[in-house]
Design a protein around this ligand. Structure first.
Ligand SMILES: [Fe+2]
Ligand SMILES: [Fe+2]
Length: 210
C-alpha cells in the first residue's frame, strides 16, 4: 500500500511529466513521422499552431482527469483500465508537443491552470462514485472526438503531419470513451454535455492564442 506521501510524490511526478516540455516519452512512434513537412504561409502556420495547441492542452486535461480519477477510484479494475487509456494519452501529448515545436511554437502557458482544474474534476467525481468519474471520462472523450473532427478539416490541407496525429488520436479517444462506458460510466444527459461544451470553449479560445 502506498502512503499518502508516496501518492503525493507520484502525483507530482505525473503532473511534471505532463507540464514540463520534453519530459514525457511516447510508447508509439508519432504518425506524423510517416509524412514530409510541407510549406506554409504565415497565416496557415499560425492557424495550424493554434489548433495543435488546443489539442495539446486537451491532452494535458486528459492526463489530469485520469490522474485525478485514479487517485480516488474505488475499484482497482476501474483504475487499471483507465491507466491504460492514460498511457495512450501520453503518446498524444508527446505527438502534439512535437508538432508544436516542429511548427515553430510551444505549448500553452495556461496548461498548469487547466491541469489543476481537470485534476480536481476527476478526483472530485471519483470521490462521489466511479460511475460518475467514468461518466466524465466518456463525456470528455466524446467532446475531444468532436474537436478532433473539426480540426482535421480546419487544418491547412498540406499539413498532413498534424492530420495523421489527429487521425490516430481520434481512433484512440473513441475507444477510451467506449471503455469508460463499458466500465459502468454514466451517459450524461444533454444539458450536462452542453455545459461541458461551454467550459471547453473557454479552453479552446484561450489556448488558440496563448
Ligand atoms: Fe488523447
Ligand atoms: Fe483519450
Amino acid at each position: 500500500m502506498f502512503s499518502v506521501l508516496d501518492k503525493a510524490v507520484l502525483q507530482l511526478d505525473r503532473a511534471l511529466q505532463t507540464l514540463v516540455p520534453h519530459a514525457a516519452k511516447a510508447m508509439r512512434a508519432s504518425p506524423a513521422n510517416e509524412h514530409q513537412e510541407a510549406q506554409y504561409t504565415d497565416a496557415e502556420r499560425k492557424h495550424a499552431i493554434g489548433l495543435m495547441r488546443i489539442n495539446h492542452t486537451g491532452e494535458v486535461c486528459a492526463q489530469a482527469l485520469y490522474a485525478g480519477q485514479a487517485s480516488t477510484a474505488k475499484l482497482d479494475a476501474v483504475r487499471e483500465k483507465m491507466e491504460h487509456a492514460a498511457e495512450e494519452e501520453i503518446d498524444h501529448l508527446v505527438w502534439c508537443e512535437k508538432r508544436l515545436y516542429d511548427l515553430g511554437s510551444r505549448p500553452s502557458i495556461l496548461n498548469p491552470l487547466f491541469y489543476g482544474a481537470s485534476f480536481s474534476i476527476g478526483a472530485g467525481a471519483g470521490l462521489i462514485s466511479d460511475k460518475l468519474s467514468l461518466g466524465f471520462v466518456a463525456a470528455t472523450e466524446d467532446q475531444v472526438c468532436t474537436h478532433l473532427e473539426k480540426h482535421m478539416s480546419a487544418l491547412p490541407v498540406q499539413d498532413v503531419k498534424s492530420k495523421a496525429v489527429l487521425t490516430q488520436m481520434h481512433i484512440d479517444e473513441a475507444r477510451h470513451k467506449q471503455a469508460a462506458l463499458d466500465s459502468g460510466g454514466y451517459v450524461f444527459p444533454k444539458p450536462v454535455m452542453a455545459m461541458m461544451t461551454q467550459i471547453s470553449k473557454v479552453m479552446t479560445i484561450s489556448t488558440y492564442r496563448i
